[in-house]
Design a protein around this ligand. Structure first.
Ligand code: CA
Length: 479
């Protein structure tokens, strides 16, 4: 394939033109007024880096040598893209390691991208803000790049946030994308033809709000869409000729009017969609078969319009959630799952499963449920002297307290308590080393068998990674 910067706009342009054709406009898109304030950046002309030799001070490189250990750093610039040629920042034809960070690119308008990679490997865009440019960040014919923790707003009619064209094995994570037509768009050309696909990309942990469509995969295979939060979009996730991808742990919520869709799938098959929360939005698809659950007891998705029962109280609906003749979630979840915390600890009690969610900055071990003592206990471990915290959410049909008693190393601990009809959340802190937490209630799931079955499921549940992955946002953010 010809990988030439001079023709780079062709693919981008074609992709943009196809926007309105592939995806129908629907009513209900509500614009937000956003203010963007970035201080302490230095004005810089648009940056054009073509080939390894162009990583120069004149092109905004402030340090580095282009190796993995010492990447070129491009940072601290305020770039008005309105006068740019191809984009506010263009990087083309390089495998050198580089990082674009803490940059503000703006005002490219409806046809000039903020940041554009063409035939690039080993590039990163981090903690950068892009607005009023289309797409905000575009990768074409590029692999092995990372687009993370950026703040992207568009306010351009039909605009896209992060767009990956004919690009594979990239990571798009932790970005905040607001008020854009398509938040994240992965576009292949003809799947199965080497160099023209879009595969093995990871779209994870992004916060997408008030976009027409949250995440789009088109002509793409074997991608991962996980842990994203999509709110106030007419379609949360849209798959068009997108196969063999995994869509899990996303929370898609519609808070407006009309008939929104949590997930739309057209001409797409062999995808696995599970452990998502679909709140006020269901699925629309043409009926190629896909997988909608992870088996029992792992379960499927939470669908807020599911009307089935859960008579045996295992947290899984007793009847499937049917989408169409070829597609059904066999094990719909009864409660939305807060995946921000960690995988809930499944407690198996007399062949029923109760899901306890834990959020902590400690490592958790020796998690146990003791029915006779009406108690959940576990150990918390962290660096000595640091403050640890734990939030635990317990199903009331497993254990409830009136009052609760929490002992930490046998000493009564203060805590805060919130609850809804079905669950109680208890929050408390402690000083680290390894300590034993015992949470005792007053009403416990009844015992029907003579023997007590206690199944501590996770020998060691490390939550540090989850908690430290909090998204970093600009101080003068757009919310
Ligand atoms: Ca059930």
């Amino acid at each position: 394939m010809r990988k030439n910067c001079s023709s780079m706009l062709t693919v981008i342009l074609l992709a943009l033109i196809s926007t309105s054709g592939v995806i129908a406009q629907s009513a209900g898109f509500k614009g937000l007024i956003l203010s963007v304030e970035v201080t302490s950046l230095t004005s810089h002309a648009p940056i054009l880096i073509i080939g390894d030799a162009s990583f120069t001070a004149a092109n905004g490189v402030v340090s580095g040598s282009g190796t993995a250990g010492e990447p070129y750093i491009i940072e601290g610039w305020d770039i008005n893209a309105s006068s740019a040629g191809p984009a506010g920042i263009v990087v083309c034809n390089t495998t050198r390691h580089f990082v674009i960070r803490d940059v503000f690119v703006h005002d490219g308008g409806s046809s000039i991208p903020g940041i554009l990679f063409w035939n690039v490997t080993n590039g990163q865009v981090l903690e950068t803000k892009v607005t009023k440019s289309n797409p905000a960040v575009a990768l074409a014919l590029s692999s092995g790049n990372k687009i993370s923790n950026n703040t992207i707003t568009s306010m351009i009619s039909g605009g896209s946030g992060v767009m990956l064209v004919l690009s594979s094995s990239n990571i798009v994570s932790g970005n905040t994308l607001t008020d854009i037509y398509a938040g994240i768009w992965l576009l292949g050309w003809f799947t199965g033809i080497e160099g023209w696909g879009a595969s093995s990309n990871t779209i994870s942990g992004n916060t997408l709000t008030n976009n027409q469509i949250g995440v789009v995969l088109s002509n793409a295979t074997s991608n991962t869409v996980s842990n994203n939060t999509v709110t106030y979009s007419s379609a949360g996730i849209w798959l068009v000729s997108a196969n063999s991808s995994q869509v899990s742990r996303n929370t898609i919520t519609w808070l407006g009017f009309g008939s929104p869709w949590g997930i739309v799938m057209r001409n797409s098959t062999s995808n696995k969609i599970y452990h998502n929360n679909f709140i006020n939005g269901s699925a629309l698809l043409l009926s190629l078969p896909n997988e909608w659950d992870d088996g029992y007891p792992s379960g499927g998705n939470f669908w807020s319009d599911y009307t089935g029962t859960d008579l045996n109280g295992d947290g899984i609906g007793d009847t499937p959630y049917t989408i169409d003749a070829n597609n059904q979630d066999r094990y719909p979840l009864i409660f939305p799952v807060v995946w921000d915390y960690s995988s809930p600890v499944p407690i198996v009690w007399q062949e029923k499963i109760y899901r306890v969610a834990l959020s902590s900055n400690s490592s958790i071990s020796a998690f146990k449920f003791n029915q006779q003592q009406k108690q959940i206990s576990f150990n918390v471990t962290g660096s000595t002297g640091t403050v640890g915290y734990c939030n635990i959410t317990i199903p009331k049909n497993l254990l409830s307290g009136s009052p609760w008693v929490i002992l930490i190393d046998d000493v009564a601990a203060g805590f805060t308590q919130t609850e809804n009809d079905t669950h109680t959340t208890l929050s408390f802190t402690y000083t680290h080393s390894t300590k034993t937490v015992q949470i005792t209630g007053t009403t416990v799931v009844p015992e029907f068998l003579s023997t007590i079955i206690i199944l501590p499921v996770f020998m060691l549940l490390s939550l540090l990674g989850v908690v430290s992955a909090k998204k970093k946002r600009f101080g003068a953010s757009t919310r």
